[in-house]
Design a protein around this ligand. Structure first.
Ligand SMILES: CC(C)(COP(=O)(O)OP(=O)(O)OC[C@H]1O[C@@H](n2cnc3c(N)ncnc32)[C@H](O)[C@@H]1OP(=O)(O)O)[C@@H](O)C(=O)NCCC(=O)NCCS
Length: 200
């Protein structure tokens, strides 16, 4: 039996529930018949930091912080309003997403990621929930452009496409450098190396 359930946000924000994937709003969609329909999306707090780090350690290959994309984050605070956690009804961390400011030449942009969903919760729509929710928040904040390094077949569904001429620090496969315009034409003419928002 399908039942609609609530998705709570601890931050007041004008994001209609229709942004969330319908298949997520189903009670009992999770493994082992566990109630998985109630998810609380909230801004990450300082107290969440290491729990989110542990989730990323679990979900990504060892040595993730050695990736060149992490050098863009060194010493730069993430965008607090867009770093979100998704917790179930028992408060267990199910998914998390973070964003960092970056630059391409003089242009400002945001780097989406890391985003990860606990292995026991993958495929339920939580990744999409956090990506759509955070992009809507970014648009409301006036962010013009967002990029990431990831699998095009996954991120295309959210509107990301390959960025030509935008170079992540090597070694990064150019096919995985993707962007989305939150303001029409925001990526037009933006080319060059991606650098830290606050260089040393
Ligand atoms: C990638 C990730 C965030 C997706 O979150 P999720 O909640 O599992 O995904 P969703 O439920 O929103 O979407 C599921 C759909 O995405 C597809 N999908 C998931 N990962 C994919 C990938 N890497 N490439 C292509 N498609 C992918 C699934 O096949 C599924 O397709 P369907 O809707 O046609 O059935 C999650 O699987 C994860 O944390 N993976 C490990 C960490 C990681 O790789 N993070 C992303 C770094 S780029």
């Amino acid at each position: 039996m399908r039942q609609a359930v609530a998705v709570f946000g601890t931050i007041e924000h004008d994001i209609p529930f229709c942004h969330f994937p319908r298949h997520y709003l189903v009670l009992g969609a999770g493994p082992a018949g566990r109630e998985s329909g109630v998810i609380r999306v909230a801004e990450e707090t300082a107290g969440d930091w290491w729990e989110v780090e542990a989730l990323y350690d679990l979900c990504f290959a060892p040595g993730r912080t050695a990736l060149s994309s992490y050098r863009l984050r060194d010493g730069v605070p993430p965008v607090a309003e867009l770093c979100l956690t998704a917790r179930d009804a028992e408060g267990i961390l199910a998914a998390a997403i973070r964003y960092w400011p970056i630059r391409i030449g003089e242009a400002e942009a945001l780097l989406l990621g890391p985003v990860a969903v606990h292995p026991t919760r993958q495929g339920e729509g939580l990744g999409g929930l956090l990506i759509r929710n955070s992009l809507a928040r970014a648009e409301a904040l006036g962010v013009a452009r967002v990029m990431l390094v990831g699998d095009a077949p996954y991120y295309a569904r959210f509107g990301f496409s390959r960025l030509t001429g935008v170079e992540m620090p090597p070694p990064t496969n150019p096919d995985r450098v993707l962007g989305i315009e939150l303001r029409p034409g925001a990526w037009a003419g933006i080319t060059g190396a991606v650098t830290r928002a606050r260089p040393d």
